[in-house]
Design a protein around this ligand. Structure first.
Ligand SMILES: O=P(O)(O)OC[C@H]1O[C@H](O)[C@H](O)[C@@H](O)[C@@H]1O
Length: 554
């Protein structure tokens, strides 16, 4: 499939969308709804246990047909097949991206370099299951024969955000035997606060690092080990309290983790796609292995929907192409994720890494500079809280910010009339964003309040809400292991499809490396190990290093 930066924008399908955007530029969604009573039922699809109402978008049937034509011309179906087949779609690292294999229980073989990987996936899941059972049944217990009460997961980035999101999302499924804590940051406050709350005799540490080279994780793990030894633990007992998940067994063994306590990761799973692997252990330990497997099966249901449904009825594809529509044809720079579910409060943070690390790229797969925008800024926050904070800018700011509203039909916590009120808030926000308020409506309202004409003329412009702001509404019956799995998988595939259109490598992250490389030299200068470094610097960095050193008297 020919691709390339110039090729994309010169495709007839791309140009048709450029022209089409101009035709739609002056049409308000309010009028689209008025003139088309079937709009909402036509732009409503289901898949993998989720439902999507995408009728509140600046589009018509013609727009969707044009977006799907672009998807086809960029090879979305073929590239999707390539991903599921295990082709090395991560071109810069010459690897497949096979997170879908982690949740495929069909038994169908998937080959990487000639080896069927599915038996190893199943073996690892069984090992996880055995470990969870051993811990919960107290066959595996702390050094003084007490049952574990706490799990501390040490990891960052993909080895942190996904498991943390799922732990929180599935809080109603916690069996209650174990508390779960996450430590990610090199800010010592985080680990200090966690260690203050746990007991060294009953705490299990999980060191989660695909590479086993990540500074933050290694430094925090050293602190955890030292704390364990300082608080009555012995070297021999480390094996009972420290477990690692990594693709780098030698480094984990070097660190002092017993080889029997190491769960594997594979280089064909990207960090931000790894919560489905043994990186999900903190989740499995707190919700039990059956629920963890249900999470995988929910994700697998979305995988099947993504692979098999026609593009027009395919949730990840429809959402991806609407995102392309705003990003590349309407100039939207950001995209907001609004879960109306307290349990999903960490979804925006997880999707931020998933999407911004995957599609924050500026060259094509062949290394040519992009002549168009790639991934947008992803942000968001839980509803209804955001309504009393940043939604003002969504309603009346000058920027176009498409939004995804995500809400379960049913709550786990029936408290007074809260859930129906939450639902009403969600619907009223998406409706207000779409319809807005005209100047005439604002004036009529003020008149009805008894205001005089002079005052009305002054105040009314401030009360105009432009509307025509696009949003999707994603629904699920309830936040369950299955629906949460499907929801996360949906966004993974949405990101993947957009990467196909932009022709970027969605599975590498070279940009992250530069800061890491520079970090070492700067640390040495701050600590005085190499005060006069030959490494390239600048007057700002030099000045700030001097300031830090003089503050610490060095
Ligand atoms: O799991 P690790 O190898 O420790 O990596 C943790 C994280 O750090 C890196 O800097 C990457 O940006 C992330 O994609 C990765 O998930």
């Amino acid at each position: 499939m020919p691709q390339g930066s110039a090729l994309l924008t010169s495709r007839p399908e791309w140009q048709a969308l450029t022209t089409h955007q101009k035709e739609l530029a002056d049409t308000h969604m309010r009028d689209m709804f008025r003139s088309d009573p079937d709009r909402a039922s036509r732009f409503f699809i289901r898949g993998g246990g989720l439902s999507l109402d995408y009728s509140r978008n600046r589009m018509t049937d013609d727009t969707m047909a044009k977006l799907m034509a672009l998807a086809r011309s960029c090879g979305v179906p073929e590239r999707t097949d390539a991903m599921f087949r295990g082709d090395p779609i991560n071109v810069t690292e010459r690897r497949p991206a096979l997170h879908v294999a982690l949740r495929d229980s069909s038994g169908e073989p998937i080959h990487v370099d000639g080896t069927n990987i599915t038996p190893e996936v199943e073996t690892t899941l069984n090992r996880m299951g055995q470990f969870v059972e051993d811990v919960l049944s107290r066959r595996w217990q702390g050094r003084s024969g007490k049952a574990f009460t706490d799990v501390v997961s040490i990891g960052i980035g993909g080895s942190f955000l996904g498991p943390k999101l799922v732990s929180e999302a599935l809080r109603p499924y916690w069996h209650g035997q174990l508390n779960c804590h996450y430590v990610a940051n090199i800010d010592g406050t985080q680990i200090a606060e966690v260690l203050r709350r746990v007991n060294p005799e009953t705490t299990l540490f999980l060191i989660q690092s695909k590479s086993f080279r990540t500074q933050e994780t290694l430094e925090n793990s050293k602190v955890a080990r030292a704390w364990f030894l300082e608080n009555g633990g012995s070297e021999d007992e480390i094996a009972r309290h420290f477990v690692a998940v990594t693709a780098n067994t030698p480094e984990a063994v070097n660190f002092g983790i017993s080889e029997n306590n190491i769960f594997p990761m594979w280089d064909w799973v990207g960090g931000r796609y790894s919560l489905w692997s043994a990186i999900g252990l903190p989740v499995a330990l707190t919700i039990g292995m059956d629920n963890f497997r249900a999470l995988l099966s929910g994700a697998n249901a979305m995988d099947q929907h993504f692979r098999d449904a026609p593009l027009e009825e395919n949730l990840p594809v429809v959402m991806a192409m609407l995102g392309i529509w705003y990003n590349n044809f309407w100039g939207a720079e950001t995209y907001t994720i609004l879960p109306y579910d307290h349990y999903l409060r960490s979804l925006p943070a997880h999707l931020q890494q998933l999407d911004m690390e995957s599609n924050g790229k500026s060259v094509t797969q062949n290394g040519e500079p992009l002549s168009y925008q790639s991934g947008p800024v992803i942000w968001g926050g839980v509803g209804a809280n955001g309504q009393h904070a940043f939604h003002q800018l969504l309603h009346q700011g000058t920027r176009l910010i498409p939004a995804d509203f995500i809400i379960p039909l049913e709550t786990h916590n029936k408290v007074a009339n809260h859930h129906v009120t939450l639902f009403a808030n969600c619907l009223s926000q998406s409706r207000a964003l779409m319809s807005g308020k005209t100047l005439d409506e604002a004036k009529a309202e003020l008149k009805a309040e008894g205001m005089n004409t002079d005052e009305i003329d002054k105040l009314a412009p401030h009360k105009v809400i432009p509307g025509n702001k696009p949003s999707n509404t994603l629904l699920m019956d309830k936040s369950t292991p299955e629906t949460v799995g499907a929801l996360i998988a949906l966004y993974e595939h949405r990101t993947f499809v957009q990467g196909i259109i932009w022709d970027v490598d969605s599975f590498d992250q070279w940009g992250v490396e530069l800061g890491k490389q520079m970090g070492k030299g700067i640390l040495d200068r701050l600590t005085g190990d190499t005060p006069e470094s030959d490494a390239p610097s600048d007057s700002s960095t030099d000045g700030l290093i001097r300031l830090f050193r003089s503050h610490h008297g060095s």
